[in-house]
Design a protein. Sequence first.
Length: 105
Amino acid sequence: MGYMATQKQGEYTLEAERSRTKPPPLYKVLLLNDDFTPMDFVVVVLQKFFGMDRERATRVMLQVHREGMGVCGVFAKDVAATKVEQVVSFARQHQHPLACVMEEN
């Protein structure tokens, strides 16, 4: 926050300047469907990296399966990028081609 000096009868006071900055853009993290990654593995990923309970993770997994993609969460850019990297790395370690991407919300 910047400050602006204003003069009142020979004395100066500092007043906070309200700057109108818009909040940084948020990013959706998405899982993309493929024909090889087991559904149970997708549920584990959603629980492990996105803190979902089993019921919610199962709903998102079914959305991925039926609609081709599902939203895992919405995050600041650096958090979203880290989540994408973690998911892709974890999937590769387990020999699954699961795709995880981010897009501006």
